[in-house]
Design a protein around this ligand. Structure first.
Ligand SMILES: C[S@@+](CC[C@H](N)C(=O)[O-])C[C@H]1O[C@@H](n2cnc3c(N)ncnc32)[C@H](O)[C@@H]1O
Length: 238
């Protein structure tokens, strides 16, 4: 559907009709050929926000999938870079990556909502996955990241402003969400994936409430990513 070697429409439908986890397990072998994977040219533009090479000891990429963002996180770290994901299938693909650098590369099957060890990392990232975290989970998610970071550490992610109904993106997102709600009403377990959940305004709100200083960098990404902003949430130094 997206790439001749990527998943077909029938395969995507089958994945959407399974649970969030089973769906990603099924999609994993072809995930890197879909637009759901954060593209390398976008990640390259975000890399400077993670810090200079070797400037952090430990890094963590939440909802790492096949580990796309680990390529830019790993060089920043001197001790460890850990990718966490719930899907075993996605992690199996991620484990085939070899990344040069001194930091230990670790892949852990876990839920991003699980409590993380306190003050254990210097940089946390999460890309392409905020749509899997429902509104009531957003504040605990932000609090968990805050507690996992050492003082002065940062959380880096992407956000977008909420489009108005005059923007076709609003209608696309609303239509997708309506289909997901309908699917989840008739089929269990649910597939949790919704748009417009972690907008710039909402992300700033929950991360500030968690205790972060939040900076939004707008108009720093090239086309076709101009509508995305880089959000850097810094845990105040002690
Ligand atoms: C669209 S993919 C993004 C993968 C990768 N971060 C990227 O940018 O290419 C979303 C990933 O989030 C994972 N995921 C969703 N909810 C999760 C949760 N609560 N805990 C851990 N992983 C989760 C899925 O298994 C999937 O691999």
């Amino acid at each position: 559907m997206f790439d001749p070697k990527g998943p077909s429409l029938a395969e995507l439908a089958k994945q959407a009709f399974s649970s969030t986890n089973d769906g990603y397990d099924l999609l994993a072998p072809k995930f890197d050929l879909t637009p759901f994977r954060t593209p390398d040219d976008l990640l390259d533009q975000i890399a400077p926000y993670l810090g200079a090479p070797g400037s952090a000891a430990d890094g963590l990429d939440l909802c790492t999938g096949t580990g796309a963002a680990m390529r830019i996180l790993h060089p920043v770290c001197t001790t460890s870079a850990t990718g966490i994901d719930r899907s075993q299938g996605m992690l199996d693909v991620a484990r085939t990556r070899s990344l040069p650098g001194p930091a230990d590369l670790r892949w852990v099957q876990a839920d991003a909502m699980d409590a993380l060890p306190a003050e254990s990392v210097d940089v946390v990232t999460c890309f392409g996955a905020h749509g899997h975290i429902l509104r009531p989970q957003q504040q605990p998610f932000a609090n968990n990241i805050f507690s996992a970071l050492r003082p002065g550490g940062r959380y880096v992610c992407l956000t977008a402003d909420r489009p108005t109904p005059l923007n076709p993106a609003w209608w696309l997102a609303r239509s997708f969400n309506a289909v997901m709600h309908a699917r989840n009403a008739v089929r269990r377990p649910p597939f949790i994936m919704f748009y417009l959940l972690f907008t710039t305004e909402r992300a700033t709100d929950v991360l500030t409430t968690a205790g972060f200083d939040v900076a939004i960098d707008r108009d720093v990404l090239s086309r076709p990513y101009r509508s995305l902003h880089v959000l850097t949430a810094t845990k105040p130094p002690k």
